[in-house]
Design a protein around this ligand. Sequence first.
Ligand code: SAM
Ligand code: DTB
Ligand code: SF4
Length: 325
Amino acid sequence: MKLEELRKIYHLPFFDLLTRARETHKAHWPENEVQLCTLLSIKTGGCSEDCSYCSQSAHHSSGIERHPLLEVGAVIEAAHRAKENGSTRFCMGAAWRGVREGEQKFEHVLEIVRNVRSLGMEVCVTLGQIGDEEARKLKEAGVTAYNHNIDTSPEFYPEIVSTHTFEDRLNTIKSVQQAGMAVCCGGILGMGESVEDRLRMLEVLAAFDPPPESIPINTLMPMPGTPLAEQEPVDVFDLVRMIASTRIAVPRAKVRLSAGRTNLSREAQALCFFAGANSIFYGEKLLTADNPETYADHRLLNELDLTPQRPFEDRVVREIELAGR
Ligand code: SAM
Ligand code: DTB
Ligand code: SF4
């Protein structure tokens, strides 16, 4: 979908936009389900990159506690807890510029992946830049999806990061696609970009072939000590418009209402779900920042008659049924 069309959609009268997004949503996601994903930072802080939003960059003094790569046992324990709480996807993030095959840390991550997969959860990792060989090995170890966000428009990207390029991000995504892993790719709202930048980002995402399996929409969590610490919050209706436009532009993607839910009321979150969000991060911690309490999320989903997405195996069967309709 081209920019011109995305502009028209985004700027529709608010309720017309919501109606269209809801119709698209119901056509592609007839169940009132929300995917629950739990995040774990497996290597925290000390990152060589200078992403201006990130608490984990060694270029900023955010004061977060650094942690080397976690042991396999600690990760499995966390994954197990996540599964018991009802999560179906376990997402592990590492504060790296990237990782290469042959490095010991890569072998360690493969070991972690094999173990988490054996719990029967979907496994997502976000490890920074990788190439074809790394992607192939991660897929083989059992990774379901690789998260690598483009974060904003190609034009605005150099304003937020100088240590790697937008093109670098796209190259990693190509390797992930080539290996047959699902691509989880989205961005952040509220870094000082324009609506036009947000729509350019969506234009790039919608043009992926295949389209992204999931699209995380984060709102900036301003982290103390980062260059974006004093950034103004995103207007909730702008967030809702962006979610609705994403739903319309990439109907089969899971649209994840990601970082920033602690700043949203229950009503605002309900509007986001109505606009087409069907996935959240679930659990009290994101990577370094806070996320809503699990009991509050449970209550919210119940109140909205939304059910947690069924576990992987059940769903594969259901998706085959739907495809055959
Ligand atoms: N180092 C890897 C990378 O950059 O791809 C993986 C971890 S990185 C923290 C993953 C994503 O988290 C970023 O691309 C960004 O979208 C999101 N993120 C990080 N800090 C954030 C913040 N303060 N507010 C909102 N989203 C954030
Ligand atoms: C994504 O798009 N959001 C998640 C996940 N992918 C890795 C990370 C959000 C991080 C929020 C800030 C923090 O916890 O430090
Ligand atoms: Fe490093 Fe990723 Fe944070 Fe950028 S977003 S500083 S690459 S951890």
